[in-house]
Design a protein around this ligand. Sequence first.
Ligand code: ADP
Length: 531
Amino acid sequence: MIEIVAAFFCMYFNEVQKHHYEKVYVILEYGIIIQFLINTVLDMTGVADYYLTLSFSHAWSFAVILTAVVTMLRDLERGRIKNYKYIAIGAVMVVVSALVELISFYASVLGGFGMWLSLGLICLLLMTVVQAIRDTILAAAASEAKSRFLASMSHEIRTPINTVLGMDEMILRDTKEPQTRECAKDIYAAGNALLTIINDILDISKIESGKMEILSVEYSLKKMLVDTRNMMRDRASKKGLELVIEADEDLPSILLGDDIRIRQIIFNMMTNAIKYTDSGMVKLKISGRREGDKEILFVEVSDTGIGIRPEDMPKLFQEFERMDELRNRSVEGTGLGLNITHQLLKLMDSTLMAESIYGEGSRFYFELEQGIVSDTPLGDIDSELDEVVEQKDTAFTAEGTRILVVDDNEMNLKVVEGMLEPTKIHVVAVNSGKRAITQASYRHFDLILLDHMMPEMDGVETLHQLKKLSENEGFPCKDSPIYVLTANAMSGMKEKFLTEGFDGFISKPVSTAELFDAVLKVLPEDKITFC
Ligand code: ADP
């Protein structure tokens, strides 16, 4: 073993030094092993025992020592040694111990056959552990820095996109001029596409850094299906595709699970089905079976689209992989959607399955365990669909009411002011928590909309101060509902904000529909006039 230990050392050091000196190490490895085989044959045939041939193996070991020293000195000169500093210290110890071993063997001093070399190898082992710990810590810090960078970058990019989309919505509302409307619609589509990419990148970085949390909240399955239908209807009809949503009427209507992530998964599967289908049909099918007190949902999205080649199937869920690039070059995409879907399902203990026949269509499906909150059957969702759509178009005025909007970004203030303009509500806009408190101490507001991320005093801090002031009898906004405006649309955030004391939550980019929903919920009924 001692005779061939130098060969293992060569293999290891070749890896550590990143194959920069591969040739010389390979020659040494072969030399040592061939020498060992010759020595063994000589010993076994009784020509010469190991003891007599040991000097040849020692010569090879000496060559290894020399090579290790020379290559480390070269790496020191080129600055490469810092990548394996601790292993290099361990290797120096091995070199010294091997030299002591050789000297003690030939000079018959110090004794201990193999003891010195073993000591050196133990030192190397310890230093390797130190190096591994250091590398792991550095890698963790680098990954942490990367995800922090990505998170703040996407927040910074999202803010101006939100403004663009908000302003664009106002143009669409106010202008009748067809050419301007067309341009505004294009801006809206492009802005939303950009927002999707930013959100995808943020999701990937969260998943990779292990920060993606899956939460359980109560949600309405019916609302989820209705929303999916409303979102997909336009996309499908633009391409002349039939959109079918088939839901088992006996499914429980209220479930417990991470609705935002499930929506995201279904959204990804449906947009892909529409994107990669030129004619025919796109279908979402949901059924389920009861297991104890849980419902196992079966979700399937199928299409009659272009399909996926069998050889591409194994790459389907990989990051940034897009199949059939030539055929799909005109279809927008980053190759992130399916990877995110696959990883999110993994986090929920499920697996995304895919089947496809090239040229005929694809089928993506998964099973998912959800808690049951209400057993009331889902019923026929088709009857619900148009009701909800109609609600969104409702226009109203609320003269004599007052809303306070607080956001450090002036553009965002303009967007909310613009959206509320036709309602005749008196809007007071301020750009800091401090100013919000001054306003609220001075007069009554029917609703306060507070941005979450603000310098100095953020939304939560401002809320706490307002709540404290509400304890005083004469405070004019004692009972005013306070809603948070936030771009942090992560699952569970809503619950967190509600436990902080907010009365509601409006996600950014603020849409007219969501803003009106909130306003209609809290303003005094007698002041609202529907047009
Ligand atoms: P992309 O942003 O490119 O759509 P995805 O990760 O969502 O990224 O999908 C990866 C690739 O898988 C796509 O580029 C496409 O080639 C293929 N693909 C996904 N869904 C379908 C589908 N329903 N039909 C055909 N091909 C699909």
